[in-house]
Design a binder for this molecule. Structure first.
Ligand code: FNR
Length: 432
């Protein structure tokens, strides 16, 4: 069945999208070293996934060295990184696509090895996350208790976001998305499991949302608020997150965002929690329960993400709980995902082992439909040649016969051509 609603246009702040299939931010840990600089291979990856009027959100990108938490993630705080990202934005724009940069500070999820001065990572409060960090040398090491960021340091933290947004503008991005989800710095300030402050950045909903809104205003001064989106995961538990009243704090945040004309809010379904995805746990049912819960607080453009299929995306769009849907893992393995969904074509499956780190394998080598069709026609030619050899076929076989031949070959692919029962092929030929 064709899927029309995902393919209707959408006004997204300052931009006009021609369809609603968004590429979710996806960390792939393949920035050039040293310097965490995007390069040609990254530019190819994003250009492959661009489509006319389609929105891509980049992988999370650290706003400063202090904000880094994993090896080989790209940054947006050096002139080399700006030049590297320019390759990416040029490639996407050449295909008529739009691209937002996801601005990231991991807060307590970092490790000393990523810190410029070898100091402890910073966080709203000295609350240690459960689990392990990934060090600069790709080793697991237990998280340490972070140091509480001083009140006097907050303006420079906001300044890091502002500087990163200026760099993103210089690199040619169409907008930025603030990563305020998945247990990273801005999320750590929002939730009371990680924010125990007693100053104006802790305690009440208003105080806990203060840093996010200050950062939003700073970044908005650079790009215009209508080119800024925000990603939230209100019910997510990834990175050891919790809150005593998630509906309270996040409805407060969404109400505050609704008063500003930002480009969009990007909401992650609880089932799209990265831990659940990593462990391959079954998804809960329903088109978009998290979005349905929070929709009443935010009338603007809402992008849903987390475990969507084409069908559940359509359902959520039809119900009005989301206005667009971001796909993550399916975009990793299907560079031409919007086209495939539009044609209701078969999807490539993804290889989890190549998600993080490495080079082109599992990154830029997933086939497009066009590649598959080209190789299919090559396979057909090969089958014809083999059949001519083996049974003296004199002319191009009819389609039905070709189909049968294909099936025989597919079944024998492991045993090789030698295991094909040519008597069966001969018999088939007499029938067609
Ligand atoms: C992610 N996700 C993610 N989210 C985010 O906000 N910034 C990021 O950099 C990443 N990185 C990332 C890497 C990989 C390999 C995966 C699988 C996921 C979460 C992602 O954007 C999305 O919300 C989830 O993948 C759920 O959507 P799907 O995959 O079910 O469509």
């Amino acid at each position: 069945m064709p899927h029309f609603s995902l393919f209707s246009p959408l006004r997204l702040g300052a931009h006009q999208l021609s369809h609603r299939v968004v590429m979710a931010p996806l960390t792939r840990m393949r920035a050039q070293q040293p310097g965490n600089i995007p390069g040609e291979v990254n530019a190819r990856y994003y250009a492959q996934r661009a489509s006319v009027g389609g929105l891509l959100v980049t992988e999370a990108t650290q706003i400063s060295q202090r904000g880094q938490g994993y090896p080989a993630t790209p940054g947006i705080h050096s002139s080399e990184q700006i030049a590297g990202w320019r390759l990416v934005t040029d490639g996407v724009h050449a295909k008529g696509g739009l691209i937002f940069l996801q601005l990231w500070h991991v807060g307590r999820i970092s490790h000393r090895s990523h810190q410029p001065d070898g100091r402890l990572p910073l966080a709203p409060s000295a609350v240690k996350p459960a689990g392990d960090a990934l060090t600069a040398s790709w080793e697991k090491a237990p998280f340490e208790t972070p140091r509480e960021v001083g009140l006097d340091e907050i303006p420079s933290l906001v300044g890091e976001y502002r500087g990163a947004a200026s760099n993103a503008l210089a690199a040619g991005f169409d907008g930025v998305e603030l990563h305020a989800a998945n247990g990273y710095l801005l999320d750590q300030f929002l939730r009371d499991g990680t924010n125990r402050r007693t100053d104006r950045y802790g305690g009440s909903f208003e105080n806990r949302a203060r840093l996010l809104l200050e950062v939003l205003d700073a970044v908005g001064e650079v790009f215009g608020l209508n080119r800024v989106g925000i990603r939230l995961s209100p019910l997510g538990t990834f990175n050891d997150m919790r809150d005593s009243d998630p509906v309270g704090i996040f409805s407060h945040v969404l109400r505050a965002l609704a008063k500003r004309s930002i480009a969009y809010v990007h909401l992650i379904e609880a089932r799209g929690d990265e831990r659940a995805l990593d462990e391959g746990l079954p998804l809960d049912s329903g088109a978009a329960p998290t979005a349905a819960l929070f929709r009443p607080f935010y009338p603007g453009v809402l992008i849903g993400a987390g475990g969507f299929t084409c069908e559940s995306a359509d359902e959520a769009l039809a119900a009005g709980t989301v206005d667009a849907v971001a796909f993550g893992r399916l975009f990793i393995s299907n560079p031409d995902l919007p086209l495939r969904l539009k044609l209701d074509a078969e999807l490539n499956s993804y290889d989890r082992t190549t998600f993080y780190g490495g080079a082109a394998q599992g990154y830029t080598d997933y086939a497009t439909l066009e590649d598959l069709r080209a190789s299919e026609s090559q396979v057909s030619e090969l089958i014809v040649e083999l059949a001519i050899d083996q049974i003296g076929l004199s002319k191009r076989p009819q389609d039905v016969f070709l189909q049968c031949l294909r099936q025989i070959f597919a079944r024998n692919i492991l045993g090789g051509v030698a295991s094909v029962d040519w008597e069966v092929v001969r018999l088939l030929k007499t029938r067609h």
